[in-house]
Design a protein around this ligand. Sequence first.
Ligand code: AMP
Length: 216
Amino acid sequence: MGRKRLVLLGPPGAGKGTQAKMIAVKTGLVHLSTGDILRDEVSRGSQLGQEAKQWMDRGDLVPDKLITDMIEGEISKADGFILDGFPRTITQAKALGEVTPVDIAINIVLSRDDVIKRLSSRRTCRDCGRICNSLFSPPQVDGRCDMCDGELSQRSDDHPGVIRKRFDVYTRQTAPLIDLYRRQGTLQEIDGNLPPEEVLERIMALLVNDCSENSY
Ligand code: AMP
């Protein structure tokens, strides 16, 4: 069996990015986050970034065609991957299915109230990209990253109005993917309220069990 092709599903704030980074370190699988790629395009002021920004700032999804054009090459190149934030619509899931099969889709489950609570206190380190939470695990020094002392910042779309909009968009456009992957027989679910280390442990157990030769 080749390297694993993993999709992380779940609402914004469920911990997909945090988990994907940790899984990538443990397994060597490539972590592909459409949100991170888009934020990088926005900060570089590229044409794609300028176009995508208007949708992102409102909490809407960037049009499917822009996303699939952006990510398909990366997916085809990767020998095994963790997809974080893609696919987010049925159209994107179909486009993905035409490029490669998915071995396992893991849905990290979190309620609307928990999403709102978590995202309003989420902070990202400007230097190392580490994600932390100013409410649940406050940094030792206010506003500074525990790992590298970099400055902690709040994402421009992590504000109450936009957070609610993103959750509604998730419910309407992305949640239907849960059923799609369930029908394909690749779906697994994990409680996103568990401590991050416990979520990681469960994901790793699923990956190992799903792989007869224990190669990720
Ligand atoms: P994320 O970091 O995954 O929460 O993504 C941040 C924002 O980027 C989303 O609210 C969307 O506007 C946009 N985005 C990220 N991934 C996708 C995707 N697969 N399809 C459409 N828009 C996306």
